[in-house]
Ligand binder design. Structure first.
Ligand SMILES: Nc1ncnc2c1ncn2[C@@H]1O[C@H](COP(=O)(O)OP(=O)(O)OP(=O)(O)O)[C@@H](O)[C@H]1O
Ligand SMILES: [Mg+2]
Length: 270
């Protein structure tokens, strides 16, 4: 399979971007795909999920994603930034607080820096799946991710009734498509869903009415296994492969792969 790059974007905080990225990496890897998990969020949650906070917070900038944005470290071989994990088929390009200095709030028209991540990923070689976790804003890091990616997934919490936030995300994707016409939307992923709550069921119904097939059929349930597995630094596919959480992630992989295949056949659809 030719490599595919997915980014997870939403300016809403705590909606499950990093959790989805972490466990999705495990689900893809479990199916035998080689996965590169790129942490493009200065909070470093994805990196900490794999390696723990002590190790990640103590990394010097030249051993993190910050190196690709800094003129003084442009010479560094991008391959050296990648760290192997304890899990077969999962590698990580880690990040910590040093990235914050480069997450400028107005990334558009910022010159070649917009292409830093795209160029770095071209250098690091072939992975079947590259997943990019983004911060809860649409600044330079998310912008770089959209310029580098083939597909965008938008995790949404089922309580976010203001449509303004999602509209801004879609506007930003449209803007990024001017620089990266290959970028396509895979869909909205409802996360942290509790079907017992009327408010969640109403939100789901409303999202499906408003966005129709743009809303993914798979929904990520709010289940403690995701949290517990992350705290144990294991994707749920490894920690509890028979759990509802692991099953949901595998369903998501199936649906994403089906959508990726169909989007590739419809070159013009965005
Ligand atoms: N489906 C889920 N079930 C239970 N807990 C979840 C689920 N998804 C995420 N969480 C938990 O919710 C919290 C926020 O999730 P996460 O860090 O993935 O959000 P985020 O969108 O990456 O946040 P930020 O915007 O700060 O980067 C974490 O503690 C995570 O473990
Ligand atoms: Mg996060």
């Amino acid at each position: 399979m030719a490599g595919v790059t997915l980014c997870l974007i939403n300016q809403k905080g705590g909606c499950g971007k990093s959790s989805t990225c972490f466990h999705l990496a495990g689900a893809f890897a479990g199916l035998g795909y080689s996965v590169l998990a790129v942490d493009a969020d200065p909070q470093g949650s994805l990196s900490q999920g794999f390696f723990g906070s002590d190790e990640i917070e103590n990394l010097p900038p030249e051993e993190t994603l910050a190196a690709i944005f800094d003129e003084s470290t442009f010479f560094i071989d991008r391959k050296q930034l990648i760290r192997e994990t304890d899990f077969e088929n999962i590698s990580v390009l880690p990040t910590n607080q040093h990235l914050a200095a480069f997450n400028a709030p107005t990334p558009e028209s910022s010159g070649m820096i917009q292409y830093s991540l795209r160029d770095a990923l071209e250098e690091v070689g072939d992975y079947d799946i590259t997943l990019i976790d983004c911060p809860p804003n649409l600044y330079q890091c998310s912008w770089n991710a959209m310029i580098a990616a083939d597909f965008v997934v938008i995790p949404v919490p089922p309580e976010d009734f203001g449509t303004q936030g999602l509209r801004a995300v879609h506007q930003c994707i449209d803007n990024a498509r001017r620089l990266n016409p290959n970028l396509r939307r895979l869909g909205h992923l409802i996360t942290r869903y509790d079907k017992r709550l009327l408010v969640h069921r109403s939100y789901e119904a409303r999202l499906r009415t408003l966005y129709e097939e743009m809303a993914l059929n798979t929904v990520m349930p709010e289940v403690s296994a995701f949290k517990v597995a992350l705290a144990c630094r294991q994707p749920v596919e490894v920690y509890a492969p028979k759990s509802k959480a692991a099953l949901s992630m595998r369903r998501l992989v199936d649906e994403l792969m089906t959508r990726i295949a169909s989007r590739k056949n419809q070159k013009t659809m965005a």
